[in-house]
Design a protein around this ligand. Sequence first.
Ligand SMILES: [Zn+2]
Ligand SMILES: [Zn+2]
Length: 651
Amino acid sequence: MKVPVLIPRIFDYPHTYLSGKFDKLKPGSIVLVPFGRKKEIGVIWDKQEKTNKIFKLKNVLEKKSISLNENLIKFINWFSLYNLVPKGMVLKMCLGDESFFSKNSNFIDDTKIKKKNKFNLNPEQKRCLDDINGFGNKFNVTLLQGVTGSGKTIVYFEKIKQNLVQGKQSLVLLPEIFLTNQFEQRFEDYFGFKPSIWHSKITKKNKKIIWQNIVNNKIKLVVGARSSLFLPFKKLGLIVVDEEHDSSYKQDEGLRYNARDMAISRASIEDIPIILATSIPSLETYNNVKNKKYNSTKLKKRYKNFLLPSAEIVNLNLNKKNKNIWLDIKTLNLARKYLDSKQQVLFFLNRRGYAPFLICKKCGFKLACPNCSVFLTFHKQLNKAMCHHCGHKSSIKQKCQKTDFNCEFQMYGPGVEKIFAELRQIFPDKVIKILSSDFLNKKKETINLLKDIENNKVNILVGTQLISKGFNFPNLNCIVVVDADFSGMGFDLRSTEKNIQLYNQLSGRAGRFSKKSLIIYQTFNPSDKTLSDILENNPEKFLEEESCLRKEKKLPPFSRLIAFIVESNNEKESFLEAQKIKKNLLLLKDIEVMGPVTSPIFKIKNKYRTRLLLRSQSNVLVQKKISRILKNLNISKKIKLTVDVDPLNFS
Ligand SMILES: [Zn+2]
Ligand SMILES: [Zn+2]
């Protein structure tokens, strides 16, 4: 019997084999097949590839004891079609490591809910849970909205509990792997057992244990980052996407996809409910609720009724000061009051390193990356200038062109390390820590730091965007936004939406257990529109206005965008190839193609980058036709074409 076998490589179609001595091969069976001169793991697929060519077919060599759920195959097919990536590459994400198919690893099934939890739902939370239960256990999407600190987590914990009791598996997606640590503890407090944590940084050994025990339905609860979406659940009953608005759900490298959107697809294929939890929904979700495609339920008050922090603007034009000092005297006086009463203060600045660029005082030389068209950021901790795109590091000892000595670099703009240095001088007796990805490389150190913050052993925190996400710091009652100037940031149609989300999240970190909390915005533009939108703190109004604006400009979610990024070692070639692709795309009806244009960051890792942007109606799945065009396109081997469906990053 002929069987289609998908190999987890760049192929978009299964290869045909003969079943040989194995008569019970079904879609999802994992097999070993001869492939070229080697043997490969493959999966029996649902449809055979039609071909007129005649091959000598080979036999399947071995059938593994593990098999995949047929729904996972449907999901891979859909994922591949929607995101315009080969099926084999999606399968690779699902299969993981070869060692997963060897001898089963032991796993102690201790997912019985042990403690009678001390968490009682308040009436609001109860109402939300009733709403969610009312929407049923078949596929439906529910927006669970509530201000930060309103206790959304407990609502979906209860739903997970119901799911566990029925012997079904649950998946909770988080936007950031650093969050999984704190979450692990919250889960354990609640359920009395540890959930399985899944993300790219866990050990190979752990991955194997988790993967194998998800296939056999022994592991019931997984908390993970984007990649946990590809796990081979046997009996998935519920998906929760926490902080659904977070743009970290979009994977921007390699396989490009939006994990939130794909989680919804997976829930639909599995015919199970999915909960999107957030404080302010993304515009996409907001519109789907408005159009009654999604259900919604809302927590209106903060847990225990603590108010959100009050806001204070510090106008940086008012107090003359040294050009290279970033913290205003008014800001410091306000912060000192909190520090004096042993409350924590957070200084927020979304810029890693010490200074974002360096210019020589003598010759005017600007330190730029040799591989990318960006300036280098000085990192004091490394004592090197670093590229945030390719990781290149340069010494700051450079021979000056005007003098006989090295360049004398002047540092421009602040980074978290600079703010840290300023604070050290002003508050020499306080414990000050930086929370940014550069400082959280080791899991143990991260956990210790988070514990120290929770136990009030840290007085001042300096953090990047990372800190806005879901962390629970009970003693944090004052936040300083060091640089609240929003003009000219990013290359992104969602800038305003992202800023509203970010500062809403950030302010939610303060005052979780206090009546008097404060957020300070330092700015040179106190009348800026984005800032006043943030201060008004009326998400519904903002979402409605933004929605009108996007509709008028035919932007998502009122259209679909697909970006094509052409990269080449040769600038001209990348442009010409993009033109060729555009010509072919224009054969499609009812679409627009903008470009080619050089990317805002036109060189990354020595590749010149040209972009095209295709716009189509949002209710048509144009990908099928694009896929056909791309297959017939004779793309020069010297270029790399990346397709990005629903792009969020336009750099
Ligand atoms: Zn670089
Ligand atoms: Zn110089």
